[in-house]
Design a protein around this ligand. Sequence first.
Ligand code: 5GP
Length: 188
Amino acid sequence: MKKGTLLILTGASSVGKGDIRDLLMEDKELHLFYSISMTTRPQRENEVDGKDYYFVDYEAFAQAVRNKELLEFAEFDGYYYGTPRKQVDFLLNSGKNVLIEVEAQGVGQIKLKHPDAVSVFVMPESIEDLEKQIYLRYNDDASANRRISKARVEMELASLFVHQVKNTDAKQAVSQIKTFVKEAMEKE
Ligand code: 5GP
């Protein structure tokens, strides 16, 4: 059976990856399956365990790392995030297209195992605009500052990505991403 295509979406915190992700998931042509990450971050009020993330404690996360159950993992703002390997492999081997959303450190680890994956870096309109979004989203200044520092570093990594899209308009960004994925689907 023809394998599915893997799409990795990355970019700084608060750059609007969530909106892009939601639109991509609605796309009937791409028919993407979302890879649900595991995290030690506390669950937010609007989040559902097993849909947005698998919320686990540190010990369960460490166990998953020891058992080599994660395709990649990284630390972000004091918490761990990782991509369970089994679900991604199962979906790809069943010919399904898979979407993984990760911070930039995770991308290299995934590409080592899936060199054909399409990785897309989402850029903000400007760094000033991104800072504004981060401060709006995080009431806690310390957390916002940490996310801004990391965003600055991540944006330095953007040039290493073949595919970059500017999130001026989510629909437009999605249409560009769709082109990249369709190209990869035709090649495979
Ligand atoms: P948040 O706490 O805002 O949901 O996510 C923080 C950051 O972690 C975001 O940039 C998000 O893309 C990233 N992230 C979510 N899941 C994973 C994962 O499984 N692995 C890695 N490396 N990053 C992740």
